[in-house]
Structures are given as structure tokens and as C-alpha cells.
Design a protein around this ligand. Structure first.
Ligand code: SF4
Length: 413
């Protein structure tokens, strides 16, 4: 079982085609349309279009128009007002520890400065005992969540089984830090386990749930537009496969986050398609009364240490903050009532940039992280750890109340 639809439940594979926005067909048609400044009437038309038919050509056209808007005060104020109406003034954050347990990876995504072959300088694979030690440190320092993601390491097996290794890892962390929420393994990692072991994705999800998995990071989505993925990460799971994994994750009772990696080679139409697909997936979850996306995280591309080809093509080492703030506002306006929690990445934007994003539609500052390898190896300037007091001070500096939350936005007791 190495590719194609075999790993998926037939219903999920079928439904995954229906949630993808047809970016190629529609973007070409709309390339020459005049874009009017975004006003309240257009916002209401977009909201109504999303409710009645999120993937219709008309809705795509409105979303595309929104994604082509320049930034500026008007867009910022609209996003800020919608944030206030949907989730109020309070800014939240979570005390967590990030564990990027290995950077051994069989893939070669064009933006990735994290991956290594096992024999390359800088390659690492932490032992389970070391990860337990870090988990226990996190628990002792008051964390409520462990976030685990790593490279695709084909040697990560127990008695020949990759699933057995990943399940043992979760159990070991559960033993070392009982009660911490385990937020782990991207859709790409989950599908990799299924395909390496030649077993259905459903078996992987059920087994990892039994081992303690609580929720799934919505990473590896990058941009859910196949033409972009073919250039950015052709070895990675396709946009359709990402959607199929997420559909099954949610149907298993596991919530996930959602992300968009932006600021590289994608066009406004790709961003519109991505965000509309997130809405369609959230609508599926609500229709079936299962958990869906708990939040949306914008992940600006970091070029500093990225492989040279993409770095040269993008021509920028750090994110264009103004452009990312405009996209923050556009994402808030498009995702509307469907995904209400919006988080900027302080690792990628710096804490100062993330604090500014609170005025552009965001209501959450993410996690304390305690350590981070993927983005810091890419050359990001935001650091790898924030204290709870630094995140609280950031929220207060813009005159907003602040609260510590759980992974799923509940109250921390
Ligand atoms: S982004 Fe993930 S899958 Fe791609 S090369 Fe890096 S570690 Fe591997």
C-alpha cells in the first residue's frame, strides 16, 4: 500500500473530492475580473454564499476578490470587528511543550530546512526515555499539552511495525506526564504510518486513540492547491489525501487544527481555494456532529535557511509582515463563523508581529512551546520559547484581557 486511495475508507475518499475548491478552472476564468474595494455588502454576500454553497463558482469569485484586496485600515477594521463579534476581546494562549522528536525524513519538501538524512550533520532522533524526561519537565512546569511532530523516519519501528512505535511513544509520554493533552502527528505522518505498514488509516487512528492521542495538528496542509503542491512538495500527500485524512480524523472523534503556509509561490486564488476547502471540511464535521477544526493558524514562509531554489525564487528571508497581516485579516473575514479561533505564529512573525496580528483578526497567541526545531532551523527570528507572562504581557499591551486555555479552548483549571 504505497499510494492512491487504498489506505482510506471509501466514504472519506469520495467525500475528499467534494471538499476541494476547483482552483485551476475558476482562477483562470476570474483572472481579468475587476476587484472592487471590500465593503460590508460584499462581506454579507460572502457569508451567505458560504452558508448556502461554499464551493460554488460565485462563492469562489467573492473569496478570490477578498484575497486580492490590498491591506490597509479598512480591511483591518473589518477583521477586527468580526473577531470582536465572534469571540470577544479576550486573548488566549496555552502552556505547552513542543517535541520535534526526529528530523530524519524520507521526503525533500522545497521549503524545509528541518529534514536530514540519518547520516547527515545535524540529524537527530531522540530516544523515548529522553522524550519522557522532557514531558515530565513540561508537566512539572505547569504545561497542559504536548505537541509532537517529526520527520518521516522510516526506521521508527517496533518489532518491524511503525504503528507499534508511534503507539508506544504516546503510551510512554502518557506514563511520564499523565493528564497532559497529546496533540500529535500531522495528516502526513498518519498517512505515512498507514502506508509504511500497509494497513488502513482507520487502524492507525483507532490504535493511536487507544494509546492516548487527543487531537491532531493540521500541518502538512501547506496550500491545498495541487498546482502549488506539485512545485512546493511533490512527494507529500496530495491536497485530496490531506482532506481525506482530516475527514477520517474528525469522524474518529479527534479534533484538529488548521493551517495555511503562505508568502511563497502561491497566488490569491490558491489562498482562496485553501480557505474555502477548510470551510467545506468544517461544514462536513458540523453536519456529522463530530469534532472539526479548533483553530486556524497562519504560517508565513521563512526563507532564511530554506533550500536555495525556493529561497531564490521567493527572494525574501523573513516574512513580509504587512502582507501577512493583510492575509490574517482576509482569513478572519473568509473563515467567519466556521473557524472562529485565529492564531498568528510568534515563532515566524516574532512576538511583536504576533501582537500586532491581534489587531488584524486574531484572538489567540498560541503556545509557550518551550522548544521548537522546525521553524527555528528554517531561520525564523521569533525564538523557540515564550513564558506565560510574556504572552500575557503581549495581550495586555494592546489593551486586551488574557486567559490561559486548554488545547481545545476550554478553561484551564
Ligand atoms: S516538511 Fe516534513 S515531510 Fe517535508 S521534508 Fe520537511 S520534515 Fe519532511
Amino acid at each position: 500500500m504505497t499510494s492512491g486511495s487504498e489506505a482510506f475508507e471509501p466514504w472519506a475518499w469520495q467525500a475528499s473530492a467534494a471538499v476541494l475548491a476547483p482552483v485551476e478552472a475558476i482562477a483562470a476564468e476570474q483572472a481579468s475580473l475587476l476587484v472592487e474595494p471590500w465593503d460590508l455588502e460584499q462581506q454579507e454576500q460572502l457569508r451567505d454564499g458560504l452558508r448556502s454553497s461554499a464551493l460554488s463558482p460565485q462563492t469562489f469569485q467573492r473569496a478570490h476578490a477578498l484575497l486580492q484586496q490590498q491591506g490597509g485600515q479598512r480591511l483591518q477594521q473589518q477583521a477586527d470587528a468580526l473577531r470582536r463579534a465572534l469571540v470577544g476581546e479576550t486573548v488566549s494562549y496555552v502552556r505547552n511543550r513542543n517535541l520535534n522528536f526526529t528530523n530524519h525524513c524520507v521526503q525533500h519538501c522545497s521549503f524545509c530546512a528541518f529534514r536530514r538524512d540519518p547520516d547527515q550533520p545535524g540529524a537527530y532522533w531522540h530516544r523515548i526515555e529522553e522524550l519522557q524526561h522532557r514531558a515530565s519537565e513540561a508537566a512539572n512546569s505547569g504545561a497542559s499539552e504536548l505537541c509532537l511532530q517529526g520527520g518521516l523516519n522510516s526506521a521508527a519501528r517496533l518489532n518491524g511495525s511503525m504503528l507499534a512505535y508511534y503507539a508506544a511513544l504516546l503510551r510512554a509520554l502518557r506514563d511520564a506526564a499523565p493528564g497532559l493533552h497529546l496533540h500529535a502527528f500531522s495528516p502526513q505522518e498518519l498517512l505515512f504510518i498507514a502506508r509504511e505498514d500497509g494497513i488502513p488509516l482507520q487502524t492507525v487512528l483507532e490504535s493511536l486513540c487507544s494509546a492516548g492521542l487527543d487531537s491532531v495538528p493540521g500541518t502538512a496542509a501547506e496550500v491545498l492547491s495541487e498546482p502549488v503542491r506539485q512545485q512546493l512538495c511533490p512527494e507529500k500527500l496530495t491536497a485530496r489525501e490531506w482532506c481525506a485524512v482530516v475527514l477520517q480524523v474528525h469522524r474518529c472523534g479527534l479534533p484538529s487544527t488548521s493551517t495555511l503556509m503562505a508568502g511563497h509561490i502561491e497566488a490569491p486564488a490558491d489562498r482562496a481555494a485553501h480557505l474555502l476547502t477548510l470551510v467545506a471540511l468544517q461544514q462536513q464535521a458540523r453536519q456529522h456532529q463530530v469534532p472539526g477544526f479548533s483553530e486556524f493558524v497562519l504560517l508565513p514562509f521563512i526563507g532564511a535557511n530554506a533550500p536555495a531554489a525556493l529561497r531564490r525564487r521567493v527572494g525574501r528571508d523573513q516574512p513580509d509582515r504587512a502582507a501577512m497581516l493583510a492575509l490574517t485579516a482576509q482569513s478572519r473575514l473568509l473563515l467567519g463563523e466556521w473557524i472562529v479561533n485565529h492564531q498568528p505564529s510568534w515563532v515566524k512573525l516574532t512576538l511583536e508581529g504576533a501582537t500586532e496580528a491581534l489587531g488584524w483578526g486574531c484572538n489567540d497567541l498560541g503556545g509557550t512551546l518551550m522548544e521548537e526545531s522546525i521553524t527555528s532551523m528554517a531561520g525564523a527570528e521569533g525564538g523557540t520559547s515564550q513564558s506565560a507572562s510574556a504572552l500575557e504581557a503581549a495581550a495586555r499591551s494592546v489593551g486586551r484581557p488574557v486567559r490561559e486555555r486548554t488545547t481545545l479552548y476550554g478553561e484551564r483549571r
